[in-house]
Design a protein around this ligand. Sequence first.
Ligand code: SF4
Ligand code: SF4
Ligand code: SF4
Ligand code: FES
Length: 947
Amino acid sequence: MNKTRQADLGTPASGTEATVQVEIDGLPATVKAGTSILRAARESGVEIPKLCATDSLKPFGSCRLCLVEIEGRKGYPASCTTPVEAGMKIRTQTDALATLRRNVMELYISDHPLDCLTCSANGDCELQDMAGAVGLRDVRYGFDGENHLDAPVDTSNPYFQFDASKCIVCSRCVRACDEVQGTFALTIEGRGFNSKVSAGISEDFLDSECVSCGACVQACPTATLMEKSIVDHGQPDHAVVTTCAYCGVGCSFQAEMKGDQVVRMTPYKDGQANHGHSCVKGRFAWGYASHRDRVLKPMIRENTSDPWREVGWEEAIQYTAERFKSIQAEYGRKSIGGITSSRCTNEEVYVVQKLVRTAMGNNNVDTCARVCHSPTGYGLNTTLGTSAGTQPFDSVMDADVIVVIGANPTAGHPVFASQMKRRLREGAQLIVVDPREIGLVRSPHIEAAYHLNLLPGTNVPIVNALAHVIVSEGLTDEEYVKERCDLESWESWKTMILRKENSPEEVAKVSGVDAETIRAAARLFGKANNGAIYYGLGVTEHSQGSTMVMGMANLAMATGNIGRSGVGVNPLRGQNNVQGACDMGSFPHELAGYRHISGEEVRTQFERHWGVTIDPEPGFRIPNMFDAACAGEFKGMYIQGEDVAQSDPDTHHVEAALSSMECIVVQDLFLNETAKFAHVFLPGTSFLEKNGTFINAERRINRVRKVMEPQQGKDEWLITQELAQAMGYNMNYASAAEIMDEIAELTPTFANVSFDFLDEVGSVQWPCNDDAPMGTPIMHIGAFVRGKGLFVETDYVPTEERTNRKFPLLLTTGRILSQYNVGAQTRRTDNNVWYGEDLLEVHPSDAEMRGIQDGDMVALASRKGDIALRAKITTRVKPGVVYTTFHNPETGANVVTTEYGDWATDCPEYKVTAVQITPASRRSEWQEEFAARAEKQRRLARPVDST
Ligand code: SF4
Ligand code: SF4
Ligand code: SF4
Ligand code: FES
């Protein structure tokens, strides 16, 4: 059997704790009540043959291979569909069973190609294993299964193939697509020997509803559904468990290796965030790590108009240190700073903020969370006392009413979306608050009870109106509030919320959602036993992002929906380590664990440990860095794994700021857009080359493990450490584990965390300390972390960005399933087959009014700038609203976004821009300039090797 195959107990675990005694092949066994005989036997070390059963799916009982005998019962029941009962005496190996099983196998093999030795699944095929297990030698029916053997292979999907000739019609793929993924893309057509798996009527996989999650491939016991990487490279010989480097779900994977080459990523069944499931990005889109565009040698240049010069690590680091030091000598200590990356490990992030606070001697460090979830930190900390979500993902399985606000889980957080869809299919109700008709509003077996398709920028009035109905109709949980919340703030909040402007009727006028829908949604949430709120960047990336976060916390507290399973306020974090990057002290005003830099006690603690004096004044936020750069006061920047030139709003301003600096250092895998303005390029490592930890959206600290050595020859934390040393600060770690030890020592919420502990327990959710030695899955049980929950008044202040005659439409932005953030990783994979360019979604009425047809080029203009892109006519957006993504640098979506941001945190208002669209025949001026600059930088990027 394949060395990397994960254990399969045949059927899912029973949900109960009660146990029963049974006897299996004469030996006593204690198993949980409700367990199938198949699983009970496997748990006791007895392997009953099976084909159609697997422990990620409900038992199906079709293959008849798992038959057993039960004393006192007639016949041969299927062990996968028969639960144990107290006192049951089960026999799994008798002559009669052996004959029956051999007969079953004979039928399967008679309609199966006999090319085991050359089959790509050879050694990892359950059919092959079972034929051996039942001792099949001869097949009496011949090998001419006319229905399957000549079936064509569907290779349309870029990552896996479907070879119908090998299909045994066990239906595991169909059930995986239904039960695990929730897409319902597959069916079994026909009957008996004529039956076959189909991805749609006369459709291949690529053209079907399939979202390429790979659950069917993983479930398939034969070579029918098979990863092309295995077909090309062969079976793996060892595996390392690590964590996906894409979104904030934080799925655990087995990186399956052949030598030092990854040949497959298989979701890890014991992964506590994903339970063995994944999406197309994590499972398949890892080829970027070995893409030819990767830069593997450090490069430097005096001016951005010079060609890059390849140098050794030592020269690059010395050069960087000298340039930073001379800038500080000329312009002052605060003239340089750094940006940490949510894509990097906690350990890599921690050393960058430490470099800034020690070697640079200031607090000019910020993180890319500034531009995504900084309002989450502010809003949840203010109201509840912790800058993080309240629940584990599994909590959704106890929710009765789920509210999704400003998030698109099936695209952004697909594995969690699958879990949520499972709960919705079980009967939970769904309210979606989003300007677009996201996938969850209507999909197979899912229909939102209410879709509040508000106008972008009106989240706050909507949450106020929901609360207005709940308070005015007596749907609040008075007892909960009295016991757990600050009553003075409760009274003043109620007075505010009951004001007429917060009534559904008034809010309908600004939000475009009719009053009755708001009322009905509020009643549904208000009456729920367990109401859970999930939200994304559609909440935070607004001028009132922090207000809205507090509005949701108010709503949850008022209805008693925080502090147990099935409830809570839960940010869905965009990138893999947004939570961790924030936790690590990346903000200019906070040290690790969200402790304000002005606090003398905490500063002293760090000062003693680090041996420096820490500036008590907060440093620059990212937008302040850019403003100061334009003003000539900020001259140097160390940018870890972020592409601000593409991802940050108001591109013209960002480019002006980057152009005016004297030393920009980019540490990344690729020469990204920001690198075009850089003087030093320090090659980074992919997640496959790192040792460390990521923290997902549920505060779960997951291990990231090196599966191969750094391709550019150096750990990323070591690059930062050597830079700190070259600048005169003696940073001195011997490993990433030592960095985590320091984090744990200095951060109370991480006190018990270490690599050894994580290796032992798998993962843990912070706080993890002596009060909570095994971590804290649910926050605020019994009492809020801040003491009493604080209600904060959330008056609606409309954004200054308004539509007018010149710019009558509202642009909102987001992302799609197959691409990720600035696309640096996914654009370098076959995911491009699903989405190769950014499209502009336009409602048919707005398109018709302007003479725009589906697929036409349109000019998209705001008061900040204009771009051209292709239109997609769709009713997913409402009239007056257009939508696009920002995955491709040449599109330049952020050329049109504005300088407005959240009042509390400066998180940019990506979600609201007043625009106009008109038919276009050519690229915009900025796009022309971009193309010219890209070409010039391409020429300069053919480096001179001076090593
Ligand atoms: S494709 Fe694989 S999982 Fe699906 S029915 Fe055929 S053998 Fe079973
Ligand atoms: S890859 Fe996923 S979505 Fe596609 S058919 Fe398989 S299980 Fe369904
Ligand atoms: S859901 Fe997120 S973490 Fe999981 S595989 Fe997909 S991108 Fe990776
Ligand atoms: S494994 Fe039980 S019937 Fe197939």
